[in-house]
Design a protein around this ligand. Structure first.
Ligand code: ACO
Length: 323
């Protein structure tokens, strides 16, 4: 059976890191409040003139180098973002051009914080069907551009960044027999629209708008939906939470991740956490966390890894894979 194997991970964070202390000099907040409520200590913010496509390009080059691939090997580039450079064309097309990728397809996926899970699911299906052999999947965001910096209840939570993975279809057998994506599960419930949204867009105000959120409702949904998505993926593969080595969840808030781990009966040590250093980078959090856990050697071949996310829409989902 054809399966998609992660053959390389890449990451990029803008140079400028902004600590909670620094924010508290501009906004009525404190390091204590932010750390206790969210676990966030700092976030990276893109420089003027540094766009989502630039962040994506750095992460993509890193992932390609680690995978031992060139842009010419890529059949499809799927880029998850809610903060594209322009309304169109897709940011993926810009990245494709910058990479020097002259063939294949490139497109964006918009599922906000679940974007990377959605993009991975699409790429995995293309690889399984034989429509592509190698895919570059990127999550990239510049949320700093859609934050209302006068709203302390939201602006302290987010950051900018990009992560990427290269997926390669493998036919099974040999050393790759058990490896790869076992299944992906996607969900949405559009009735959650007003809980987390941006109050602008090309068809409404003509301006890009600012992020608005009902924090408590989002918190509750995030814990339940992410845990459910992990459970469904385990059940559909006749596995249980005891079989899991790692969960790499969307990084919104350490309390969301702790509550989710508790629901699943997992220890804090099994959850890959980067929110403290990077805050919530929306579609980029999962590939950034994967890249961190891969680089420091935590992820070992054959381990069972669950990726799960929940975001605006509402959207949510999971990817279950053997590393
Ligand atoms: N600094 C200091 N005080 C603040 C700040 C701040 N940055 N923000 C809000 N407060 C104050 C409020 O004004 C309020 O004060 P009051 O009691 O005097 O009215 C008090 O803190 C409590 O506010 P709440 O909003 O009730 O705080 P809560 O405990 O719910 O925490 C938070 C807010 C952290 C946003 C929480 O609801 C949360 O984490 N929600 C999840 C949202 C999230 O992570 N979204 C990311 C996008 S969705 C996703 O990625 C899954």
């Amino acid at each position: 059976m054809r399966r998609s194997i992660v053959i390389g991970c890449g990451a990029y964070l803008p140079e400028k890191a902004v600590s909670n202390e620094e924010l508290s000099r501009r906004i009525d907040t404190s390091d204590d409040w932010i750390r206790q409520r969210t676990g966030i200590r700092q976030r990276h913010i893109a420089a003027d003139g540094e766009f989502t496509s630039h962040l994506a390009l750095h992460a993509a080059r890193d992932a390609l180098a680690r995978a031992g691939c060139t842009a010419g090997d890529i059949d499809v580039l799927v880029l998850a973002t809610a903060t594209p450079d322009n309304t169109f064309p897709a940011t993926a097309a810009r990245v494709q051009a910058e990479l020097g990728m002259k063939r294949g397809a490139a497109f964006d996926v918009q599922a906000v914080c679940s974007g990377f899970v959605y993009a991975t699911s699409i790429a995995d299906n293309m690889l399984r069907l034989g429509q592509a052999t190698t895919a570059l999947v990127i999550g990239a965001e510049t949320f700093s551009r859609i934050l209302d910096w006068s709203d302390r209840s939201t602006c302290v939570l987010f950051g900018d960044g990009a992560g990427a993975v290269v997926l390669r279809a493998a036919g099974g057998g040999g050393t790759n027999a058990d490896r790869g994506i076992l299944s992906t599960h996607l969900f949405s419930d559009g009735s959650g629209y007003e809980m987390l949204y941006v109050d602008g867009g090309p068809s409404t105000t003509g301006k890009s708008g600012h992020l608005r959120m009902h924090g408590r409702e989002v918190f509750r949904h995030a814990v339940t939906r992410m845990a459910e998505a992990v459970e469904i993926s385990l059940q559909s593969n006749n596995l249980s939470a005891d079989d899991l080595d790692w969960v790499v969840p969307h990084q919104a808030n350490i309390r969301i991740m702790d509550s989710m781990a508790k629901r699943l009966g997992l220890s804090r040590e099994q959850i890959v956490v980067t929110v403290d250093r990077q805050a919530n980078t929306s579609a980029a959090t999962i590939p950034l966390a994967l890249a961190a856990a891969d680089a420091d050697g935590r992820l070992k071949q054959g381990q069972l890894v669950s990726l799960t996310a929940m975001g605006g829409g509402f959207t949510w989902g999971s990817v279950l894979l053997r590393w």
